[in-house]
Design a protein around this ligand. Structure first.
Ligand code: MN
Length: 490
């Protein structure tokens, strides 16, 4: 395996030399769970404001948190999916800070003993593999939401999200470019969705990234002062924020200035980051173990049982596709990025040629889905329908060109591809006699082109086109070619 930390292409040019960007991420992923982390209230997205709030979430006096076991299982499965160590003992602590969207006055989180320890994720960027260390994954509560624009004098608060379970996935500073960081977030999203431990939908805010960025001169081994950019909610924003922030820091350092450690916000409209607050250190939060919650103890058997139930994950699936269906690594990577695409491809490919199934799914199907802004599970062409289109090409019933027309008909009208081909007379003409007639007619009508083709044999392509046109695209292209070459004496 190649690792690319030193690849020069990732360096940023400054006025006084080349710089390297050093990036680590803290990704908050909402746990896929019906209830919140410490209460039975609904964790569903949306809903009337304050309709998913229990007395625990509202922090009424005397209410006690109760751990949601389903969320624990999801965190453990996530840890296993990230090739990480599961800590059999972990501790929930109070992270103390006042903010009006958090009625407890603290967030229950994990600090010294998180549920998941070190792991690693492999990310492919431009044909290279980067190994990104995972430092930890801990469970914590989400906060509520303040609404500033619905009342002239007051800020309103919606506690529906307060207490919803989040996994904070902390990476090591192993990433060296905006592109790598984007690929890392995409890979995390893919793993979480395969596992079913988070919907990881950035648009709904259930996957958000905080990005730590610093820069150093190429060749330096020391890490320099970093800034954290909070709450990036799209892969595009992750890339833009990193590029802007690296450039800002390089300009300051080249002017002889120094970087202040601080938390910054990314303004997506302007494409810039700006200071939000100077960074709090851990002592500011006065963490201490939550006296309402005992340390969480898991047995190895419990962890092993969860491990047994894990699905095949993107890396394994990709390796299997390369081997089983003889696919190039690139195709296998595209097909396995989402579980739904992988399943669709496999339903098409089983019992057929893997490479042509991959071509149809990647080029035709994905292209068409993109055009209509559809996800694969909403595809009007099912895997079975696409499979029978491929079979019709394989049996010589239709040409590849007609197959694209059949695909389009199935896309907009539905139906059985074989029926469509029969009823609409799309069957390929393999009868040499019929094709010969068309060939003769085209040759007779174009004596000047015949002369050209004799001088320049590549010009035969023009004749092939004319014959295909005359036969409505149904002539077998190989037969057309053979006949033309013979008749033109090429
Ligand atoms: Mn957090």
């Amino acid at each position: 395996m190649k690792t690319t930390a030193s690849a020069g292409k990732d360096h940023v040019k400054g006025a006084t030399g080349d710089w390297e960007t050093v990036i680590g991420l803290e990704v908050h992923a909402q746990v896929a769970s019906r209830a919140k982390l410490f209460s039975g209230a609904s964790a569903a997205y949306g809903g009337e404001p304050n309709s998913h709030v229990s007395l625990v979430d509202a922090a009424m006096p005397g209410m006690l948190p109760v751990i949601n076991e389903g969320c624990i299982a999801q965190a453990v499965r996530t840890g296993l999916g990230l090739n990480a160590r599961i800590n059999l003992v972990s501790v929930f602590e109070r992270k103390n800070y006042f903010y009006p969207d958090s009625p407890q006055g603290y967030q229950i989180s994990q600090y010294k003993q998180p549920i998941v320890g070190e792991g690693a994720v492999e990310v492919d960027v431009d044909g290279d593999t980067v190994k990104v260390g995972i430092e930890r994954v801990h469970l914590e509560q989400d906060a509520g939401k303040l609404i500033h624009d619905q009342h002239a004098e007051y800020t309103l608060v919606d506690l529906n999200r307060a207490g919803v379970a989040l996994m904070e996935i902390v990476s090591r500073p192993d990433l060296r470019s905006a592109k790598q960081a984007q690929a890392y977030v995409a890979k995390l999203r893919s793993i979480l969705r395969y596992l079913g431990t988070s919907d990881a939908d950035m648009e709904k805010g259930n996957l958000r990234a905080d990005v730590n960025v610093s820069v150093r001169r190429v060749g330096d081994r020391q890490y320099s002062t970093r800034c954290e950019i909070k709450n990036l909610n799209s892969i595009r924003a992750v890339g833009q924020a990193i590029e802007h922030e690296a450039r800002r820091q390089i300009d300051i350092l080249e002017d002889g200035g120094s970087i202040e450690q601080e938390t910054r916000l990314f303004d997506a409209a302007k494409g810039v980051t700006r200071a939000m607050r100077s960074k709090e250190g851990a002592p500011d939060y006065r963490y201490f173990p939550d006296p309402d919650l005992l340390p969480l103890e898991l047995t190895q058997d419990y962890v092993d049982a969860l491990r047994k139930g894990l699905p095949e994950l993107p890396d394994e699936k990709r390796a299997r596709f390369i081997k089983e269906y003889a696919l190039p690594a690139y195709d296998a990577g595209v097909l396995t990025a989402e579980r739904e695409s992988a399943d669709y491809f496999e339903a098409v490919a089983i019992g057929r040629d893997g490479k042509s199934a991959a071509n149809w799914v990647i080029n035709e199907l994905f292209g068409r889905l993109n055009k209509d802004g559809l996800e694969i599970d909403a595809s009007p062409v099912s895997a079975a329908q696409l499979g029978s289109i491929i079979d019709l090409i394989g049996s010589g019933a239709i040409s590849g060109k007609i197959a694209k027309d059949v695909f389009e008909i199935v896309w907009s009208e539905g139906g059985d591809p074989a029926d469509i081909v029969n009823k609409r007379g799309l069957k390929q003409v393999t009868d040499a006699g019929a094709i010969e007639k068309a060939v003769d007619a085209v040759i007779a009508a174009n004596p000047d082109k015949v002369e050209q083709a004799k001088a320049k044999p590549q010009a035969v392509g023009w004749f092939v086109g004319q014959v295909m046109k005359a036969t409505g695209g149904k002539a077998n292209p190989q037969t057309v070619n053979d006949l033309l070459k013979r008749k033109l004496g090429l």
